[in-house]
Write a protein that binds this ligand. Structure first.
Ligand SMILES: Nc1c(NC[C@H](O)[C@H](O)[C@H](O)CO)[nH]c(=O)[nH]c1=O
Ligand SMILES: CC(=O)[C@@H](O)COP(=O)(O)O
Length: 142
């Protein structure tokens, strides 16, 4: 039975998140999984859509993708902090297998390097984490 993965992706910096998605897709290739992408406006909405999807019971794991670039105000801190806190809450309180692929960076150049499959490829890291947490969850939760 293939593992069912939901990729919850922010469209706020689409040219960045598309590259993260490509890193995820490359990593999942050849794995016994099915993957579905759902889009949200920004990183702030990612935990909420995963919570809603988790209520369906249709997925074994989740990959959260996004890109948050610091602006002039404290908004960056809230978007980064609350999206991370929301995902951690889901992982711990609802035992969800989540790979974290939301970039939190100072500028676009830092984001490009981290999304690029030939450089830091953070999409791959998030996919690997999700796969490993799905397997570990089956060991402890069933
Ligand atoms: N500035 C960034 C945002 N801001 C938007 C929020 O995530 C949210 O969609 C909005 O406040 C409406 O609820 N989102 C990112 O993903 N990246 C940013 O750099
Ligand atoms: C991360 C953000 O929300 C940021 O892009 C918003 O920019 P600003 O703080 O200049 O309003």
């Amino acid at each position: 039975m293939p593992h069912r993965i939901l990729i919850a992706t922010s469209r706020y910096y689409e040219h960045i998140t598309r590259e993260l998605e490509a890193g995820v897709a490359e990593t999942l290739e050849g794995e016994d999984v099915t993957a579905e992408i759902i889009e949200v406006p920004g990183a702030f909405e990612v935990p909420g859509i995963i919570a809603m999807a988790a209520d369906s019971g249709r997925y074994d794991g989740y990959i959260a993708l996004g890109c948050v670039i610091r602006g002039e105000t404290s908004h960056y801190d809230y978007v980064c902090g609350e999206s991370a806190r929301g995902l951690m809450h889901l992982a711990v309180e609802r035992r969800l297998a989540i790979g974290y692929g939301i970039l939190t960076v100072e500028n676009e150049q830092q984001a490009l390097v981290r999304a690029d499959r030939k450089q830091k490829n953070k999409g791959r890291d998030a996919a690997i984490a999700c796969l490993e947490m799905i397997k570990l969850r089956k060991k402890f939760v069933g």
